[in-house]
Write a protein that binds this ligand. Structure first.
Ligand code: GP9
Ligand code: MN
Length: 682
């Protein structure tokens, strides 16, 4: 065994020495002299892609996208060796024209949409956001034409090389296969180096494509476009097979579970009232229930919850689409899609959205957000969901920025001005969604959130035997502590919002709905510290301590609950609903109060239920009685009621069925198909 090990070691050493020698003895001068066209292509294309970033995202010093672009260009160059030196120019100039076109289009596109062009969006953008119109109106700016230097320069180099009979000489000297192989190796190494620099968030962002800017900044322009092409083919590929089966299952589901409307004492209670939904970014119920030294993290939300209908067992059902999934599920009562996100990949399907239903009732509908409208593709999806008008970043003066953009306080101040104008200009009631932004991960702009200590005051005995009050660090310096500080800021902003709305008369005949879009996705170990803290040692309790209570998987999952509050100024509807509820129950529940419903809603009017099923995209589910973990196929009881196997089996099957039907509706565009079939049938 030993001698075998020694043998391998020696072999490995020899390979290293040989590679080292090869690198040292490599004739670089010769290589450069015989690869001029390829090198010019690589360097000039790199300069162009960097110039795009320079002119758009202003991310000047990022190394990652340069390495990524370089890897891509090296792969392109590898394939050039399939051709003889004389024919290579045609190959490079074709690529050069394509890449330059991408740069020019992206530069122009960014001027209008503060985002990068996308193949999958092109057709939709043309109808929905009038790109065509915008481009016609746009006098192409000089900066957009800067990129053209590259193909011109390449032609110039080619001509001068031709004159020097360069290609004939190269053909004599060059061993094509070896060159191709070596270039391929360098391309792979560069790519591997790039992959090693990536972290988990960056990798997942590639599949979500939530922010095209982010991907260009991390993965470079060329890889962004390759990813965009792959992503745009994905939905098409997914619909190639299985349509008939999906349609049948879909029909069977609704035949067995028809959307039956049951009137109750909440039916139409808010008919004709204005609706203001507040997308309360990352707000968890825990934030509402937590106090530091007697001070509530969210006094304003708590007050609103006390005055309105407070759904205290409410869960978001998001998948990788986070904010956008919450918006989708709330508006349609469908679940997020299994693969990718609805907002980015399935934006061109037919949905029945709450805004559309309200529009049909004669409401004016609009959405508001301090971030750019292309983020999460909202500029497209909000129209699909039925918002007539979008007031996003360009509608506001960006006078105070925190995290991803305009601060919540400034946003609310300006948004309520716009709302007042909309109200004055229209006779009809309005349905609006205001999307908050400040309380967003990574919660690290502490100086901007304002003072809110997350310390713990405790009593202790000093050296003289007296009882004294001390302050322990507690959550100061932890991301959970920072989250509470950010949540406190968001809550203050909500307090200000209510004042602005009141001052402007916008709370009269209005219902305000607050929903936490999803949890803050903070590490479990931080909650473990929070709930098992020893102020004396400023550390977590020892696991053997009798007071130690591990914050386990189920504690964490249950702790992800978010608030849902339906509030009116008259405080007439004031109660707490403790039935388990999911985001997909909002449309049926709120819809009943407003007098609308969707024939495809998968959730339920919570006011009719004593028990409910809340499926999560990962297959877990929750009811009033259990939390079920699908990967372990186990559950924990939430009450002392006995749980039968039948109950678990039925709910697990139902949960799977809901996820399947929802996925089919989205992927195969079944609402549209159903409507068309119904029309044919008539
Ligand atoms: C961005 C904001 C955040 O505009 O809504 O999205 P999220 O990261 O929560 O999905
Ligand atoms: Mn969010």
């Amino acid at each position: 065994m030993d001698s075998e090990g020694d043998f391998l070691k020696t072999k490995f050493k020899n390979i290293l020495i040989k590679t080292g020698k090869d690198i040292l003895n490599f004739n670089y001068k010769d290589y450069i002299n015989t690869s001029i066209l390829g090198l010019v292509f690589i360097i000039s294309s790199l300069l162009n892609s960097s110039l795009v970033r320079f002119l758009t995202t202003k991310n000047y010093f990022a190394v990652k996208p340069i390495i990524a672009d370089l890897a891509f260009l090296l792969f392109v160059t590898t394939a050039a060796y399939l051709f003889k030196p004389k024919q290579r120019f045609k190959y490079f100039i074709t690529w050069s024209v394509i890449l330059t076109a991408i740069c020019v289009i992206d530069s122009m596109y960014y001027t209008f949409f503060m985002s990068f062009s996308s193949i999958s969006l092109l057709a939709t953008s043309l109808q929905v956001v009038d790109v065509g119109d915008a481009l016609v109106k746009n006098v192409v700016e000089v900066k957009d034409l800067l990129f053209l230097w590259q193909p011109i320069f390449l032609i110039f180099i080619h001509k001068s090389l031709q004159k020097r009979k360069y290609y004939i000489n190269v053909e004599k000297q060059e061993k094509r296969k070896k060159r191709a192989f070596n270039t391929f190796l360098v391309a792979c190494t560069t790519f591997a180096i790039f992959v090693l620099t990536l972290n988990a968030t960056e990798i997942s962002s590639l599949s979500k494509q939530w922010s095209r800017e982010y991907i260009v900044n991390k993965f470079g322009l060329y890889m962004y476009h390759i990813n965009d092409i792959v992503k745009s083919l994905e939905p098409k590929f997914n619909t190639m097979f299985g349509y008939d089966k999906a349609y049948k299952e879909f029909r069977d589901y609704y035949n067995e579970n028809p959307v039956e409307l049951q009137t109750n004492k909440y039916t139409n209670i808010f008919e004709g009232r204005n609706v203001i939904l507040i997308h309360t970014e990352s707000m968890q119920k825990t934030a509402m229930e937590t106090k530091f030294n007697g001070k509530e993290v969210t006094p304003n939300l708590n007050k609103l919850a006390n005055e309105g209908i407070y759904f205290s067992n409410f869960y978001s059902q998001v998948s990788v689409g986070t904010s956008s999934d919450a918006e989708f599920t709330l508006s349609t009562s469908l679940m997020p899609v299994n693969n990718g996100t609805v907002f980015m990949s399935y934006f061109d399907r037919q949905y029945i959205g709450l805004p559309t239903l309200m529009k049909e009732k004669g409401y004016t509908t609009f959405s508001m957000h301090g971030n750019i409208d292309s983020f999460w593709n909202r500029n497209v999806m909000h129209k699909t969901l039925g918002y007539e008008k979008l007031y996003f970043k360009t509608s506001y003066k960006i006078d105070e920025e925190i995290g991803l953009g305009l601060s919540d306080k400034s946003f609310f101040r300006q948004a309520t001005d716009i709302m007042k104008n909309v109200k004055e200009e229209n006779d009809q009631p309005f349905y609006s969604t205001l999307i908050m932004l400040t309380n967003h991960t990574p919660f690290d702009e502490l100086d901007k959130y304002g003072e809110f200590p997350v310390t713990m005051n405790y009593l202790t005995t000093n050296d003289q035997g007296q009882t004294v009050e001390e302050t322990a660090n507690y959550l100061e310096g932890t991301s959970l502590g920072n989250y509470f500080k950010a949540s406190h800021y968001a809550d203050e902003a909500i307090g200000e919002l209510m004042n602005h709305l009141d001052e402007k008369g916008l709370l009269e005949n209005t219902v305000v709905v607050f929903y936490g879009d999803h949890d803050a996705r903070l590490p479990r170990k931080e909650y473990n510290l929070m709930y098992n803290y020893n102020p004396e040692t400023d550390d977590i309790l020892d696991e053997t301590d009798p007071n130690y209570d591990e914050f386990d998987y189920y504690d964490y999952e249950l702790n992800r609950s978010v608030p849902l509050i339906i509030w009116t100024k008259d405080k007439k509807f004031n109660q707490e609903i403790t039935t388990a509820m999911g985001m997909y129950d909002v449309l049926p529940t709120l819809g009943n109060m407003l007098g609308v419903y969707s024939p495809y809603q998968l959730g339920h009017d919570i006011m009719n239920l004593n028990d409910n099923l809340v499926p999560f995209p990962n297959g877990n589910w929750l009811s009033n009685y259990v939390y079920y973990n699908s990967s372990k196929q186990e559950y924990i009881p939430l009450t002392s009621n006995p749980i039968s196997d039948e109950y678990i089996k039925e709910n697990t099957e139902k949960s799977e069925e809901i996820l399947n039907v929802s996925d089919s509706i989205i992927v195969y565009d079944l609402i549209k198909a159903d409507n068309e079939k119904n029309k044919e049938g008539k």
